[in-house]
Design a protein around this ligand. Structure first.
Ligand code: PMP
Length: 445
C-alpha cells in the first residue's frame, strides 16, 4: 500500500505560517506533499507523523553514529543535565573530553569546543588567520564547510555545459558578500599541481588550506593518499597552515578520523558530527603552539553555549563507546555488505555503477568508475539516482534525495535493515528503469 503523508502534509501547511518553507533548515524542505516530519527515531529507524517507518541512512547528516536514542548516551546526557545547562564558567568534564579527543586524534594536542561544525571551522580559520596574520585561504571544489560567509562558495559544476571549461565560483545563495571572494582561492579536488600553483604565487596572502579528507557532501569522494600527503607537504613548504575539516569524518571513518586512515597530521582540525551521537557539540583541535593563540595570542574564541554540560556528557560517553568497542568496525562492515548487495543487484541488470569513499559514508554513483572530484559527479547519471532515491524514500529507506550526499551507517544498522534495504533497492532499481524508459530518459544500462 502506498504510504500516506496526510499528517505530515497537514503539519506542513500549519508550519508554513510561522516557518519559512515550513522547516528550520532549507535542506529539510523536500517539496509540497513530500516534506517529512519525524515523530521519533530508535536505532537505525525513524517514524514520521503518519507512522511510516524508514531505515535511516541520513542520520541527521551523519552525527547519529550509534543509532537514534542510544540508551547509554542518553543516560549520560541526562546525568549531564543534572549539573545544569551553561554557567559562563567552565566545568570539570571539559578537560576530560579534551583528553579523550587528544588521545584519539594525535593532531589535537590542545582542544577547544564549539556548538556546531560551522562554528568550529569558523574558529579554526580565525585561528589560522590570527597566527599567520594573513586573511586569504584555499578551499577545494565540492567541499562544504558550513554556513558562514567565508566558505559559502561553490564551483558551479551543475551549470557547466562544457566539462573542459573551468566552472564559475558562486556563493551558495544570496546574502553572501561578493567582497569575501577576494580572499578565497578555489582549487579542484585531488589536483596537487593546481594547489601548488596557487600556493607558489600567493602564499604570502594565504593563512590556510581547508580540506575535507573525504568530501562528505559530494558522494564521499576521498582525497587520494598522494593528494592528502601533497597538501601536507605543500602547506609546510609554503608556510601555510593545513586545516583538516573532519566534521563528518571525525570519529566515524576511524577512531582518529581520516587523519588516522591516511597517516597525515594537520595543523588544525575540526570535528563535530559523530562526537556526541547528535548532541550539539563540536571541537577544534590543533598543534599546541597554534592553539595557545586562543586567548594568549589574541585570537578570540568563546560562545555562550560552548561546552554545555549536557552535550559534553553525551560526548564523553559517545567517545568512550567509539574508542572501547568494535562499533566502528561494525559500521564499516555493514557499509561494505550494503555496497556488495547493491552492486549485485545493479550488475545483474547491466547498470554501470561505482561507490566512492569510505563504507561508513559511501556515495553511490552511476558511472563505471568512481569520481575523483566534483566535476566527475556531473558526468554520472544522477537523474537515475534522483528517481531511485525517490522510490526508496517512498518505500521505507531514507537516503538523501540528492546524490551528492553519502549514505551514512550507524552501529544500529543490523541484518534486518540490510535485508529490507536490499529488497526495496532491488524493486526500486527495476521501477526506475521502467519509469525512465517510459518518460524517454536515457538509463545508464
Ligand atoms: N564541515 C563539514 C565537512 C560538514 O559536513 C558540515 C555540515 N554538513 C559542516 C562543516 C558544518 O557543520 P554544521 O552543520 O554542524 O554547522
Amino acid at each position: 500500500m502506498p504510504r500516506s503523508l496526510a499528517k505530515s502534509n497537514a503539519h506542513f501547511r500549519r508550519a508554513l505560517a510561522t516557518l519559512p518553507l515550513g522547516v528550520s533548515s532549507n535542506f529539510r524542505y523536500w517539496g509540497e506533499g513530500k516534506t517529512l516530519y519525524i515523530k521519533r527515531g530508535r536505532g537505525a529507524r525513524i517514524w514520521d507523523l503518519d507512522d511510516n517507518e524508514y531505515i535511516d541512512y541520513r542520520l541527521g547528516y551523519g552525527p547519529v553514529i550509534l543509532g537514534h536514542c542510544h540508551p547509554e548516551v542518553d543516560a549520560a546526557a541526562r546525568a549531564g543535565q543534572e549539573i545544569g545547562t551553561v554557567f559562563a564558567l567552565s566545568t570539570e568534564r571539559e578537560a576530560v573530553v579534551a583528553e579523550q579527543i587528544s588521545d584519539m586524534v594525535p593532531a589535537a594536542e590542545l582542544v577547544r569546543f564549539s556548538n556546531s561544525g560551522t562554528e568550529a571551522v569558523m574558529a579554526a580559520l580565525r585561528l589560522a588567520r590570527g597566527v599567520t596574520g594573513r586573511d586569504g585561504y584555499v578551499i577545494l571544489e565540492g567541499s562544504y564547510h558550513g554556513l558562514f560567509d567565508a566558505v559559502m562558495w561553490q564551483a558551479d559544476v551543475e551549470g557547466m555545459s562544457d566539462p573542459s571549461q573551468e566552472p564559475e565560483v558562486r556563493p551558495f545563495g544570496k546574502g553572501v558578500p561578493g567582497l569575501v571572494q577576494q580572499l578565497l582561492w578555489h582549487v579542484p579536488y585531488n589536483d596537487a599541481q593546481r594547489l601548488e600553483d596557487v600556493l607558489r604565487k600567493n602564499s604570502d596572502r594565504i593563512a590556510a588550506v581547508l580540506i575535507e579528507p573525504i568530501l562528505g557532501s559530494c558522494c564521499g569522494i576521498p582525497a587520494t593518499p598522494e593528494f592528502f600527503r601533497a597538501v601536507r607537504e605543500l602547506t609546510e613548504r609554503y608556510g601555510v597552515l593545513m586545516i583538516a575539516d573532519e566534521v563528518k569524518t571525525g570519529f566515524r571513518v576511524a577512531r582518529g578520523g581520516a587523519q588516522q586512515l591516511y597517516g597525515v597530521k594537520a595543523d588544525i582540525c575540526t570535528m563535530a558530527k559523530a562526537m556526541a551521537n547528535g548532541y550539539p557539540i563540536a571541537a577544534i583541535g590543533g598543534r599546541e603552539d597554534l592553539m595557545r593563540h586562543y586567548g594568549g595570542g589574541g585570537v578570540t574564541h568563546g560562545g555562550t553555549y560552548t561546552a554545555g554540560a549536557m552535550p559534553l556528557a553525551a560526548a564523553e560517553r559517545t567517545l568512550l563507546i567509539l574508542k572501547d568497542t568494535d562499533v566502528l568496525a561494525r559500521v564499516s562492515a555493514y557499509g561494505l555488505r550494503l555496497q556488495e548487495g547493491m552492486a549485485r543487484i545493479l550488475t545483474s541488470r547491466g547498470i554501470r555503477h561505482s561507490f566512492a569513499g569510505h563504507p561508513s559514508m559511501g556515495g553511490l554513483f552511476f558511472r563505471e568508475s568512481p569520481p575523483r572530484n566534483y566535476r566527475d559527479w556531473k558526468l554520472s547519471d544522477y537523474t537515475f539516482y534522483d528517481s531511485l532515491a525517490q522510490y526508496l524514500i517512498e518505500n521505507g529507506v531514507v537516503c538523501e534525495p540528492d546524490s551528492r550526499e553519502p549514505w551514512f551507517i550507524s552501529g544500529a544498522h543490523d541484518d534486518d535493515c540490510l535485508l529490507k534495504t536490499l529488497s526495496v533497492f532491488e524493486a526500486g532499481v527495476d521501477a526506475t528503469v521502467r519509469d525512465l524508459a517510459r518518460t524517454g530518459t536515457e538509463a545508464s544500462a
